[in-house]
Design a protein around this ligand. Structure first.
Ligand SMILES: [Zn+2]
Length: 59
């Protein structure tokens, strides 16, 4: 439960698990985690998918 963002719901589909989550930036995000494994797909307006580090350089 320490992932960035917050999972709102999960739906099991024939392709895998569709996860809706709210990113730390506040945007809604959808990710498909393939049942067969491998890289997931992401969709949504948020660019911070994939657990990437939204690096805000504080000077
Ligand atoms: Zn985001």
């Amino acid at each position: 439960m320490t992932q960035r963002g917050r999972i709102l719901s999960r739906h099991l589909t024939s392709d895998g698990v569709v996860v809706w989550s709210r990113c730390a930036c506040g945007r809604l995000r959808m990710d498909l985690v393939p049942a067969a494994g491998g890289a997931g797909l992401g969709a949504g307006p948020c660019p911070h998918r994939g657990g990437g580090h939204a690096s805000s350089v504080s000077s």
